[in-house]
Design a protein around this ligand. Structure first.
Ligand code: XLS
Ligand code: CA
Ligand code: CA
Length: 439
C-alpha cells in the first residue's frame, strides 16, 4: 500500500446531515445536492491553498514553527516537493474538494540559479499533472511568489531596478507555463510588494506605469501560449507593503481602466483583505460584482481585534450568507471558486486539524449558500430594495434615469410638488429578517 500521511482518515469525509455528531463529517455540504439549478459542488467550487495547508508550520511573526509535517522531512528538496504533492493529493481526495491553488515556489523549491528554479518547477509540474490525471483534482489557479525572495524587497514589477523587473517577468512567464500545463482555470496576481514604504524614495507614477506594462506583457504572453484562463488581481491594502497599489476593489478597477487593462482582468476578492482595507467582505464583493468583475474569492476571515492578516478559516454564517448573496445574484463565479486561503491556528498542530478547519469552512459556505438561495427565492431583500427605489421607475424618477431631464425642470418639479417626505430605511427590520433565515 502507498504511504499515507493522514492515516486517521480512512475514507472520504462523508455528508451526514445536521443531526450528526461526527466532527469529521459534513453537516451541510452535500456535494451533489441541487440548490436552484446547480449542485453545491458546482456553486461553491472549493479549493485548497497549497501554501497554507501543505507548507504551513504554525510560525508567525513572533515565533517559529509549532509543528512539523511528515511530508516536509526529506533532505533532498525535490523529494520533499514530491512527498508534499503526494500528501496534498491524498488530502484533496479525502476531503472531497475538486480544486487547489499554488504559488510556483510552494510546489517546487527555488534553485541556486534561475535556470535551476525553472527546471525544478518543470519536474514538479510533470508530477502534478500525473496526480491530477489519476485523481481528477483540478487547478483553480496558479500564481508566482514575487514577495518571499529578498530580491523583491522593494517590489517585483514595481521595483526601481529594471533587472529585478525582468526577473519578476521571467518568473511569471514560467508560472504561466506551469498553470497552462496543468489546465489552470485562472491565474492570480497578488501585488505582494507592489507598493511602497515612503514617497521620499519612490516615483509613484513611474511604478504604476511599470505595473501596467507588466500586466500588458502578461496578457500578451498568455495570448502567445494559448492560455485561456481568467486573469485575476487580488486587492490588498497593506502588508507587506505599507501602501499597496491594488488597495481594494475600487482602486484596482480604476487602475485597470486607466491603463486599458480592464478587458483582461477580473478580481479575486479575499475576505480578510477587505477587513484590512476597512471595508466589509460584502462591500468588496459587491464593488467587483457590479462592475462585472468578480472572478473568484479567497474564503477566509481576519480577526477584528488583530491588525494583521490572520487568514483564519471562515466560520461566520452572517458573512458567508452575505457573500453567497452577491455570488448567487451574479449567477456564480464562472471559472472562479472559493479558495481557502486560510490556516488553522498556531495551536492546532495535528494534520487532522486541517480536516476540521476545511470541513468547518465548507459547511459555513454551504449553509451560507442555502440561506442566501432561500432569501433570493423569497425575494425577501430584493422586494424591499425594489420598493425603496420604486420612485425611479415612473414619472420624474424614470426621466432622471433616462437622462431626459435637467436641473431647471427638477427645480420646477419641487416648486410644483412641495418638499419630499422621508421614508424609513427599516434596517432593524431587515437585520431581524436575515437572522430569522439563519436558523
Ligand atoms: C496574501 C495573499 C496571497 C495571495 C496569493 O496575503 O492572500 O496568499 O492569495 O499570492
Ligand atoms: Ca489571498
Ligand atoms: Ca491573505
Amino acid at each position: 500500500m502507498a504511504k499515507t500521511y493522514f492515516p486517521e482518515i480512512t475514507k472520504v469525509i462523508p455528508f451526514e446531515g445536521k443531526a450528526s455528531k461526527n466532527p469529521l463529517a459534513f453537516k451541510y455540504y452535500n456535494k451533489d445536492q441541487k440548490v436552484g439549478n446547480k449542485t453545491m459542488a458546482e456553486h461553491l467550487r472549493f479549493s485548497v491553498a497549497y501554501w497554507h495547508t501543505m507548507k504551513g508550520d504554525g510560525s508567525d511573526m513572533f515565533g517559529s514553527a509549532s509543528f512539523v509535517r511528515e511530508w516536509l522531512q526529506a533532505s533532498d528538496p525535490l523529494d520533499r516537493a514530491r512527498e508534499t504533492m503526494d500528501a496534498a493529493f491524498e488530502f484533496f481526495q479525502k476531503l472531497g474538494v475538486d480544486y487547489y491553488c499554488f504559488h510556483d515556489r510552494d510546489i517546487a523549491p527555488a534553485g541556486a540559479t534561475f535556470a535551476q528554479s525553472c527546471k525544478n518547477l518543470q519536474v514538479i509540474v510533470d508530477y502534478a499533472k500525473q496526480l491530477q490525471k489519476e485523481t481528477g483534482v483540478k487547478l483553480l489557479w496558479g500564481t508566482a511568489n514575487l514577495f518571499g525572495d529578498p530580491i523583491f524587497t522593494s517590489g517585483a514589477s514595481t521595483n526601481p531596478d529594471a533587472h529585478i523587473f525582468a526577473l519578476a517577468a521571467a518568473q511569471v512567464k514560467n508560472a504561466l507555463d506551469a498553470t497552462l500545463a496543468l489546465g489552470g482555470e485562472n491565474y492570480v496576481f497578488w501585488g505582494g510588494r507592489e507598493g511602497y514604504e515612503s514617497l521620499l524614495n519612490t516615483d509613484m507614477k513611474h511604478e504604476q506605469e511599470q505595473l501596467a506594462r507588466f500586466f500588458h506583457m502578461a496578457v500578451d504572453y498568455a495570448k502567445k501560449i494559448g492560455f485561456k484562463g481568467q486573469f485575476l488581481i487580488e486587492p490588498k491594502p497593506c502588508e507587506p507593503s505599507k501602501h499597496q497599489y491594488d488597495t481594494d476593489s475600487a482602486t484596482t478597477l480604476a487602475f485597470l481602466r486607466q491603463y486599458d487593462l480592464i478587458d483582461y482582468f477580473k478580481l479575486n476578492v479575499e475576505a480578510n483583505h477587505a477587513t484590512l482595507a476597512g471595508h466589509t467582505f460584502e462591500h468588496e464583493l459587491t464593488v467587483a460584482s457590479i462592475a462585472g468583475k468578480l472572478g473568484s474569492v479567497d474564503a477566509n476571515r481576519g480577526d477584528l481585534l488583530l491588525g494583521w492578516d490572520t487568514d483564519q478559516f471562515p466560520t461566520d454564517l452572517y458573512a458567508t450568507t452575505l457573500a453567497m448573496l452577491v455570488i448567487l445574484n451574479q449567477n456564480g463565479l464562472g471559472s472562479g471558486g472559493l479558495n481557502f486561503d486560510a490556516h488553522p491556528r498556531r495551536s492546532s498542530i495535528d494534520p487532522v486539524d486541517l480536516f476540521h478547519a476545511h470541513i468547518g469552512g465548507m459547511d459555513a459556505f454551504a449553509r451560507g449558500l442555502l440561506i442566501a438561495q432561500q432569501i433570493i427565492e423569497d425575494k425577501a431583500l430584493s422586494g424591499f430594495i425594489a420598493e425603496r427605489y420604486a420612485s425611479y421607475t415612473s414619472g420624474i424618477g424614470a426621466k432622471i434615469m433616462a437622462g431626459q431631464t435637467n436641473f431647471v425642470e427638477l427645480e420646477k418639479y419641487v416648486l410644483d410638488n412641495g418638499l419630499p417626505r422621508m421614508k424609513s430605511g427599516r434596517l432593524e427590520m431587515l437585520e431581524n429578517l436575515i437572522n430569522n433565515y439563519i436558523h
